[in-house]
Design a binder for this molecule. Structure first.
Ligand code: ADP
Length: 527
């Protein structure tokens, strides 16, 4: 649309000169058509505004020279009409009136330049070319601005769309999280529902194993008992896992007796190690604090899982649990290294096994059973306790799993009361030895009928007199009239809030419960 410098040099500049004074027209024509001009002009003239507008609509002019004093318009009316008609063509006001304010007003109203007739003689061609060039640049600037504005609007539109997409993604994430949480809660509730009958299966089959019966029957009952225990382990894993997933796994930091923990662990794991003729020892090379502050139950759970795995995946040799006091950036920590001489783990599976439901390879389940949840739970629990779990292993040589947890006690306080390095004393294989002729009265507060029956059976077999209460109110009513040596209480039984308060000064209420349950109250069975 606009001519470049080169184009202007080779073409004519089509110029419309609008002036009602023939002498002025002739003068301009003469000046622009001189043969020594570097640029050639093709001149069209108009004596009034009406003719000018008509010619503008017929020819695509490069520039318009416009006199202000035309017969058919007043003041700047002509200039405004021309600028309106062809806003992209530069208009130079060309007048006899030498008035600076008028010049400024002309520029404000759209003129490219303001020339006074007497002054311009020689410079007219140059002024025209400059006006054209200036106009061209202004038009380019305008186009660039429009383009920038358009890009800006497009960017804003894209941003809006992006915002909408982010909001939609956030919504979907929230919905997915909610669904995941609901799933985990459902799973947790289901696990509780399943655990109750399993407790009864394990309890009653354990009682049956002590009854005289043919060997064949005994082996059946043993199988029921062991299967019940495997099922319970599985359910407990699923319950823990869903609790962790739902963000509901609480850690209870309390004082934990380290020697007690280790002795109990040794007692508990020894039978399984003996069964496979493995050496199982707990060693502590450094002095250890007697007491640390941690979640004893969860720490025990992690250790049982790791030692259990070590025994499970080792056919010959040993399983050592080395315990040491170490110092890292987080302060003093207890490090448990569970070392075995078992099947080992291939390097590519070392991280993978900490994922949920992951096992080192497909054959593991067939050979050893398991769900692949234990280590995932261990890792999560160790993190919740402020520690971590890691593994080093060589295939067919053995593995060392390291569990590190904070002592929860300042370094200087740890030194005061420590146990020196050595070996945890070996304990005898734990055998069931029923307590005989105990004399006492126990109130069993439990809402599940099978558990009630089981508790009564177990306690009465060792000479304890048992009373039953199905909820908190019943407990209070019974306590009005009778005295007990002990209350065994399900901690989340219906209607039980006031029992502890009521009994504080009368009967010793133990912290032990015969059956822990986290089921919401409304979901619990009532009779
Ligand atoms: P599970 O034992 O129920 O399969 P875990 O999460 O406890 O689940 O272990 C995951 C997997 O890690 C196991 O299936 C096994 O392949 C591997 N693994 C764990 N501990 C050991 C070990 N001490 N030696 C060899 N492999 C192990």
């Amino acid at each position: 649309m606009f001519k470049t410098k080169e184009k202007m040099a080779e073409d004519f500049i089509k110029t419309l000169v609008v002036d009602d004074d023939p002498a002025a027209l002739a003068l301009v024509e003469r000046r622009l058509c001189r043969h020594d001009n570097p640029t050639q002009f093709k001149i069209t003239t108009a004596e009034n505004l009406a003719t000018a507008l008509k010619k503008i609509s017929e020819v695509n002019f490069d520039v318009i020279l416009l006199d202000l004093g035309l017969p058919d318009c007043v003041g700047f009316g002509g200039l405004q009409a021309v600028c309106r008609r062809c806003p992209e063509i530069p208009v130079i006001v060309f007048t006899a009136l030498s008035d600076e304010n008028a010049g400024i007003e002309a520029i404000q109203k759209g003129a490219e330049d303001y020339l006074v007739k007497g002054d311009m003689s020689d410079s007219l061609p140059r002024c025209i070319r400059h006006a054209i060039e200036r106009n061209r640049m202004e038009q380019q600037l305008k186009s660039a601005k429009e383009l920038a504005q358009q890009s800006h609007e497009e960017a804003e539109y894209i941003n809006e769309q992006l915002q909408i997409s982010i909001e939609r993604a956030n919504l979907m994430t929230r919905e997915a999280l909610r669904a995941n949480k609901a799933k985990s809660e459902f799973l947790a509730n289901m696990s509780h529902e399943i655990r109750t009958p399993i407790n009864a299966i394990i309890g009653f089959s354990e009682i049956l194993t002590q009854e005289p019966m043919p060997t064949e029957h005994k082996s059946y009952v043993n199988t029921i008992f062991e299967s019940g225990q495997s099922l319970l382990t599985l359910i407990n894993d699923i319950l823990d896992f869903s609790k962790i997933e739902a963000g509901k796994m609480d850690i209870d930091i309390e004082e934990c007796s380290l020697p007690q923990l280790l002795i109990n662990l040794h007692k508990m794991m020894m039978p399984a190690a003996r069964k496979k003729e493995l050496v199982f020892e707990i060693l502590h090379d450094t002095d250890l604090p007697r007491v640390i502050r941690t979640d004893t139950g969860r720490l025990r759970q992690c250790l049982i899982n790791l030692v259990n795995n070590a025994i499970k995946f080792t056919e010959t040799g040993h399983v050592y649990l080395r315990v040491s006091l170490i110092e890292n950036a987080d302060g003093p920590m207890i490090k448990f290294d569970i070392e075995d001489t078992g099947i080992g783990i291939a390097p590519e599976n070392l991280e993978h096994i900490f994922g949920s439901f992951n096992q080192a390879d497909g054959s593991t389940t067939r050979r050893f059973g398991g769900t692949g949840l234990g280590l995932a739970i261990c890792r999560k629990l160790s993190e919740l306790m402020g520690g971590k779990v890691a593994v080093k292993s060589t295939k067919n040589v053995g593995s060392t799993f390291s569990l590190i947890v904070p002592t929860g006690i300042k370094r200087e306080d740890l030194k005061v009361d420590s146990i020196s390095g050595g070996k945890t004393p070996e304990t005898k294989n734990k055998t069931y030895s029923p307590l005989k002729s105990l004399n006492g009265r126990v109130l069993v507060a439990e809402d599940n009928p099978s558990n009630q029956m089981l508790m009564r059976l177990m306690l009465e077999r060792i000479g304890i007199r048992v009373s039953l209460a199905a909820d908190g109110i019943e407990v209070l009513e019974i306590l009005q009239n009778e005295n007990f040596d002990l209350i065994l209480m399900d901690i989340q039984m219906p209607r039980m809030k006031r029992i502890r308060h009521h009994q504080k000064h009368q009967t010793k209420v133990p912290r032990n419960t015969c059956h822990r349950s986290n089921r919401p109250r409304h979901q619990r069975r009532r009779r």
